[in-house]
Design a protein around this ligand. Structure first.
Ligand code: ZN
Length: 285
């Protein structure tokens, strides 16, 4: 567990008594001014693990400062050769305060970027505003990130959220902030020559449209096995080989092989499909 606080004097770590091990990274945010220290700490942790002969980690949890952009943190990890081989950003979890979330979403670009990058959104203090207001907040979050799981929790314990799908989302405005919500787009690449051709096509798409594509997720077949693909913003992580479904024995659930989900804005699904088809035909696979 790594706790990052932008301030010089850390406090959050005092609350963490259950983590197996906690490191504190104070005096700079891991996504920007504290980035070098963050990368150095991860390298030290991986190095210590090697020295102990302890093998790979199951998990490192980074609690970012509230000001961090998850995309920039993914970039920091994948931009370091040692870390890129050792770590994969698995889940981006974003907490939303039910009392202040709506106001922050309406005028803070960073807050929207955090929501868009999330795999899981956890609403806290959901019983403090009226159920109606919490409903509206949930609908706003669904609009901003239709593919994230939205859950409620209070002091670490899951709580049930109101579920009225007819609530009106809060208006999204804010000067200079992108107001078009992101959407998931599915692309079937099963007939297209696997990871090698897909990665070339994806790099071209991200170079051209990187700012519009928030996440890419999927499973691609390769001669070495099934590769799990994950990207945050325009950073594609080195794909990870997945265990075969039948040799884990622990109910591992992988997405269907050959289907990629691109999450972003201003993406026209037929255009995306045509671009892929044209690319596959062009490369003769
Ligand atoms: Zn930062």
């Amino acid at each position: 567990m790594i706790v990052n606080e932008a301030a010089e004097t850390p406090v959050d770590n005092l609350l963490l008594t259950n983590a197996a091990h906690a490191d504190v990274l104070a005096g700079g945010c891991a996504c920007c001014d504290g980035r070098e220290a963050f990368v150095a700490l991860l390298r030290t942790i991986c190095g210590m693990r090697d020295a102990q002969g302890a093998g790979a980690f199951d998990q490192i949890v980074l609690e970012t400062s509230g000001l961090a952009d998850p995309g920039a943190i993914a970039t920091a990890i994948s931009g370091d050769q040692m870390l890129a081989r050792r770590l994969i950003v698995e889940d981006v979890i974003v907490l939303v305060d039910a009392c202040h979330g709506a106001a922050q979403l309406s005028d803070e670009a960073l807050c929207r970027a955090q929501i868009e990058a999330a795999d899981r959104i956890i609403i806290t203090k959901s019983d403090e505003p009226s159920a109606r207001d919490t409903d509206r907040l949930i609908q706003t979050l669904k609009l901003l990130n239709p593919s994230a799981n939205i859950e409620g929790a209070e002091k670490g314990v899951p709580v049930k959220l109101p579920a009225h799908d007819d609530a009106t989302p809060y208006p999204l405005s804010g000067s200079g902030i992108e107001t078009v919500p992101i959407k998931p787009h599915r692309l079937d690449i099963s007939g297209g020559g696997g990871w090698a051709s897909f990665s070339v096509w994806l790099s071209a798409v991200l170079t051209a449209r990187g700012n519009d594509i928030v996440r890419v997720k999927g499973v691609v077949g390769s001669p070495d096995g099934r590769l799990l693909l994950q990207s945050v913003r325009n950073v594609v992580q080195p794909p990870e080989i997945l265990p075969e479904p039948d040799d884990t024995g622990n109910g591992f659930l992988a997405p269907a092989e050959g289907v990629i989900v691109l999450i972003g804005r201003h993406i026209d699904e037929p255009t995306l499909e045509r671009s892929w088809q044209k690319f596959v035909m062009g490369t003769g696979s």
